[in-house]
Design a protein. Structure first.
Length: 546
């Protein structure tokens, strides 16, 4: 047991600590030291052994972070467990490849006792993870730092991976400031192939410099973040969204007998809200209109609502694409006369939920999340206009993809709207974790983001990531109650709540994201090329010496 803990303990500790930094535990300061045990041990290991430690840490991390996928056992049966683990193993393989490369680079450049490589490689790994095979960058370290608004502002320089790089650099500096190396008895040091190299304890001067560098990283990240923080502008483009968090269970959504009743209930609460607050645009969650909006029972309620309140409505909708015959995950904008102005069909579908990649070859992976059928993808993103404001819609997990949000800003959107239905996952950590994705999209784009969820958490982010949650609840007789300020966002999960919330004007972007990403990738590529050159040159010298 002692040997196991010595060999695997640091990797396990890193995986656990990093998971605890994310919601719903939200112990975000832990991310700044979570990787230190892994890096402290792995700095003395050969590439293969280092890859193994990184894989173990990654598998532990994702198994804890994505534990909410186990709720799918209720919907999909026991296969959901194996699908969940398949995903965790797949994501951990990125960590393994990163660990192997990090060790190989340090071996090739003979910089065994100096930090600074991993913080360039890690964000590149996260970028690849968020892009390859449709992308699933849910576990980017930067998402753990949303509640530290100062550090989170660095995402405005390009992407959440910039925040990840800062946190990883601090971990790297801490690991290399510790006084001794670690080598397992059964491991070969990564000086293999270079007999002149010998693993030794780092010199005290290097350790001191590493510790000092960690302090500088911590200070600069917060002081610099403060300089990037601004104040929201609610005056130049005044606009209010009326968010209705419906909290309809999935069983009700699937039962056609309740399709009209859900619309009636949401419309009733929307009217109650409009009687007490000014509303320019109502927001209803994903999959609220489970029958076509032209259905007489549906159209009657919606037309009465928009005409009576003088506000437009944007809602998640079910419809059939007349051109293709398919069924997209859709949404629609309805004007003040109750007429559909435009549809937006989700363009980035959820793998294993709305479509099954490689399903014809590996049928068992359909159980990663409960597949709801082959949903047809939309063909393009859209920007929709309401009363002089333009908003860019994102449906559900589309909020995971920074490029979609950036495309909407580039197309003229001055705020984002995310509608989602997380009813699949109960009151699990999926809800606050998804909210942190939305926060980072607001910071990256410097656009306000209105977040309307079926089961929570709903509210509005300003362009710097400050969150204003829904703030009202209704009595059965239509009475209206504002929260007294003691209600936390997590308290609204799986509750029927609402709010009329102001949407601030857009803020100026700090830096074009492509520049930051290009600089990171170029620096990492240059480092790899340099290491390759040094390794080849060293190999030639050794051959001449023999």
């Amino acid at each position: 047991m002692r040997a196991f803990l010595r060999t695997c303990g640091p990797a396990i500790a890193s995986g656990v600590l990093l998971a605890l930094a994310f919601p719903s535990w939200s112990l975000f300061p832990l991310a700044w030291v979570a990787l230190a045990p892994l890096l402290y041990q792995a700095r003395d290991l050969a590439p293969r052994a280092c890859a193994g430690r990184f894989f173990l840490a990654g598998w532990i991390f994702y198994s804890l972070l994505l534990h909410w996928l186990m709720t799918n056992v209720y919907w999909a049966g026991g296969w959901a467990f194996w699908g969940y683990q398949f995903l965790c193993v797949y994501l951990a393989l990125y960590w393994a490849a990163l660990g192997w490369l990090w060790s190989w680079l340090r071996q090739s450049t003979q910089k065994h006792d100096r930090p600074g490589m991993l913080f360039l490689l890690w964000p590149c790994m996260e970028l690849l993870q968020g892009w390859l095979l449709s992308g699933f960058g849910w576990g980017a370290i930067g998402y753990s730092q949303g509640k530290d608004l100062l550090v989170a502002q660095w995402a405005s320089l390009g992407n959440v991976v910039i925040v990840s790089a800062i946190v990883v650099l601090f971990n790297e500096c801490i690991a290399f400031s510790l006084p001794r190396s670690f080598s397992g008895k059964s491991e070969k040091p990564h000086s293999k192939g270079n007999p002149k190299s010998k693993i030794q304890n780092p010199k005290s001067s290097f350790r001191f410099v590493s510790f000092l560098a960690a302090i500088v990283v911590l200070l600069v990240s917060h002081v610099g973040g403060k300089s990037l923080l601004g104040e929201p502008d609610y005056q130049s483009k005044p606009f209010t969204v009326g968010i209705i968090q419906t909290d309809f269970p999935l069983e009700m959504k699937w039962d056609r007998e309740y399709s009209a009743e859900m619309v009636r209930n949401a419309a009733e609460k929307s009217r109650w809200l409009a009687r007490h607050e000014k509303v320019d645009l109502f927001l209803w969650p994903e999959a609220t209109l489970m029958e076509d909006v032209t259905n007489p029972a549906i159209a009657k309620e919606i037309t009465a609502l928009t005409r009576e309140t003088g506000a437009e409505l944007f809602a998640g909708a079910h419809r059939r694409n007349e051109k293709t015959g398919g069924y997209p995950n859709s949404s629609c904008l309805i004007d003040k006369e109750g007429k559909v102005v435009n549809y937006y069909d989700k363009v980035r579908l959820v793998a294993f939920g709305e479509y099954v990649p490689f399903g014809e070859y590996l049928p068992f992976i359909q159980k990663v999340v409960p597949a709801i059928g082959d949903v047809e993808a939309g063909d393009k993103q859209k920007v929709l206009s309401v009363d002089g404001r333009k908003f860019g819609p994102l449906i559900c997990f589309e909020v995971l993809f920074r490029d979609l949000a950036m495309n909407l800003r580039g197309a003229g959107a001055d705020f984002l709207v995310v509608i989602t239905n997380l009813g699949w996952f109960g009151s699990s950590a999926a809800i606050p974790q998804e909210l942190e994705l939305a926060r980072m999209r607001a910071i990256e784009t410097r656009l306000a983001l209105a977040h309307c969820s079926n089961t929570g958490i709903s509210g509005v982010f300003d362009p710097w990531g400050r969150f204003t949650m829904v703030n009202a609840v209704f009595g059965p007789d239509g009475s209206y109650y504002r929260f007294d300020g003691k209600v936390a966002p997590e308290d609204t999960v799986m509750q029927r709540v609402a709010g009329a919330l102001a949407v601030p004007a857009p803020a100026a972007q700090v830096l074009r994201p492509a520049l930051a990403h290009g600089a990171l990738i170029a620096a990492a590529a240059a480092m790899i090329l340099l290491a390759t050159f040094q390794r080849v040159a060293g190999s030639k010298k050794r051959k001449k010496g023999t």
